[in-house]
Design a protein around this ligand. Structure first.
Ligand code: SF4
Ligand code: SF4
Length: 350
């Protein structure tokens, strides 16, 4: 095999080029096995996500360590409400995404193409050291789809997990079982998973080829592996802000996640090329009540700072337990993770 070259440069000279894992040769190209888009990538072409390229019959990721944002952020922003409340994660992201949600709130990152000719590779040990120096309890890959740094995060988590840091993804949950297995083995122990709606919505508005089922299966599989999982549902005006759609989400949540896994129903705001008005407060409040009534013990309202639905209440006696304001934990009134009134133990990891 000859030297592999991208736009006149040898791939070995490009710091964010790295051989892709989970790549299978097939007639006509290379099948990527990282996410449920299952791209067949022909010679010289890229996958749907734009981050993987077939060069000379080998598949490469072009975003290996291309960290374009990095800062310490509250876990409540992910949102993780039941994972070490009141702490922070070093939060990183890379360009691009495997979906194209029309309302993407992070379009300035997810719509950015990989920059293999000029990007630098962030040092894994530097990131771990930065998290430790900041007092972060974990490293979280967020803002765009973390699978876009699949290979890099395997290495990063292998560095971070033995230091006692949580290793987290804020994800659309479209990874294959093989990818989830590898990530978990490397140290991934927490996921905030976005469920967007029904099969038609995934296909028509996100460019996802296999609908919603793989996402719910990953919710279930991650829980079975003992990972911390919270489910997030963005209520998008005119698409899924209706009773039938939300009732289906609640049914799926009870089936795949169970009553103790948090369900965050969050408000959308117009962005990218979807410009309907922001989610109506009445819908969020109805959904919050509906989820609780149907047995989800920890429903939350998101993106409405100051709403009482941001707080955690004891599901047994109703007492206020954790009070939040936006991404900030204001008061933790539990006593050793127990309700101060009735003694109920919250399923919150400390
Ligand atoms: S990660 Fe997903 S979208 Fe990207 S090339 Fe692989 S299968 Fe396609
Ligand atoms: S999956 Fe998330 S980051 Fe990607 S396009 Fe959709 S909303 Fe944006």
């Amino acid at each position: 095999m000859g030297e592999q070259v991208l736009e006149g440069k040898s791939v070995v000279e490009l710091p964010t080029l790295h051989r892709a894992y989970l790549a299978d040769r097939e007639s006509g190209g290379i099948r990527c096995g990282v996410c449920h888009q299952h791209c067949l990538i022909t010679e010289g072409a890229r996958g749907t996500c734009d981050t993987r390229i077939n060069i000379g019959g080998e598949l490469f990721t072009m975003t290996y360590g291309d960290v374009i944002a990095c800062e310490s952020r509250p876990v409540e922003l992910k949102p993780f409400f039941h994972l070490k409340p009141g702490t922070t994660h070093l939060t990183i992201c890379c360009p691009s995404c495997n979906f194209e949600c029309r309302w993407c709130q992070n379009h300035h990152y997810s719509g950015t193409a990989p920059r293999p000719l000029k990007a630098e590779q962030a040092g894994m040990r530097d990131l771990v050291a930065a998290a430790q120096a900041d007092g972060d309890t974990g490293i979280c890959v967020s803002l765009t789809e973390p699978l876009m740094m699949f290979e890099y995060t395997l290495g990063l988590f292998r560095e971070a997990a033995p230091k006692g840091l949580d290793c987290a993804y804020v994800t659309n949950g479209y990874m294959t079982p093989d990818a989830l297995h590898m990530l978990h083995r490397a140290g991934l122990n927490a996921m905030s998973i976005d469920v967007k709606g029904d099969e038609a919505l995934y296909r028509e508005y996100c460019g996802a080829r296999e609908g919603d089922l793989p996402v719910w299966e990953n919710v279930r599989d991650a829980l079975q592996r003992g990972m911390h999982v919270e489910v997030v549902h963005l209520a998008v005006t005119g698409l899924n802000d209706n009773k039938a759609s939300f009732d289906a989400i609640v049914s799926r949540h009870l089936e795949f996640a169970g009553p103790d896994v948090p369900l965050h129903v969050t408000a959308y705001t117009p962005d990218r090329d979807y410009l309907e008005p922001a989610t109506a407060a009445e819908f969020l409040e109805w959904a919050y009540g509906e989820a609780r009534e149907r047995g989800i013990r920890f429903a939350y309202v998101g993106n409405v700072a100051g709403h009482p639905g941001e707080n955690t209440y004891c599901p047994e006696c109703g007492r206020l337990a954790l009070e939040r304001l936006g991404p900030h934990l204001e008061r933790d009134m539990t006593e050793e993770n127990r309700c101060a009134s009735c003694g109920y133990t919250f399923p919150i990891r400390r």
